[in-house]
Design a protein around this ligand. Sequence first.
Ligand SMILES: *[C@@H]1O[C@H](CO)[C@@H](O)[C@H](O)[C@H]1NC(C)=O
Ligand SMILES: *[C@@H]1O[C@H](CO)[C@@H](O)[C@H](O)[C@H]1NC(C)=O
Length: 240
Amino acid sequence: MNLSALLLLTAVGAACINQRVDALTIDQIIGLLMGGSPPYWKVIFDVDSSGSINTTEWYYSKQATLDTLFIIDNTPAADSVHPIRHRIGLVRFSDEDVTKVIFGLGTYGLFSQNYMAIASVPKKGIQTNTKKGLQLCQNELGVQGKRLVWMTTDGKSNQGGNPVPKANAMKSTGIVICVVAVGPDTNMTEINDMASWLWIPGYIKPKRCVLEFESFQAYKTAARAARNRVVPARRNRRIK
Ligand SMILES: *[C@@H]1O[C@H](CO)[C@@H](O)[C@H](O)[C@H]1NC(C)=O
Ligand SMILES: *[C@@H]1O[C@H](CO)[C@@H](O)[C@H](O)[C@H]1NC(C)=O
């Protein structure tokens, strides 16, 4: 067996261990949403930084977010993160007082600037005010254009009230909400209810835009695999 075949088998094996076989992948979702016309989106990363997430897990979560940014930057073509193409923002949610817009939509125009801004977000907080996080995303996304919330969470809301009605109100204005659910303590009822339905080619029914991982390490590994499927090798070498 040659090396690339071995690497491919290893990657497929790893994906199967960490994620359900019929599960959606990050590149599949981004390709489905942003491969169309008009292709350009407003994207807010909505990142859980509550107390159950440790320093290593926070690092993995941000690595996965960075690889997702990379995929967005290359969908539908290279350099798609740009002041007049995809625009990016980030909300961090946890306790009420640390749930914040860390950087607003379009604050940083280009990929590399967004990359640095995401990499330097500090972790803060104990509780999980999912609803306030969604409200801040809604404020950033406004009412027009193609709009996506990419939420990552390892748990369930325990402050600020039920986030599901807020999510439903946002979806009714056309916002797409995708949720990455990490670890064993997620409330999957809440997560599924917040997420948008997507029509995926090859499926006869719509699927919730939900990705489940057993750990932040598994999420990070899957995001890197997704990035490697999307990004031309030339660009892959440029940024570690
Ligand atoms: C962070 O959490 C992970 C997963 O639960 C665990 O394996 C790891 O040892 C923890 N790391 C630290 C620094 O506490
Ligand atoms: C999970 O979320 C649902 C819907 O928001 C809620 O009704 C339920 O009480 C939650 N369950 C747990 C164990 O937190």
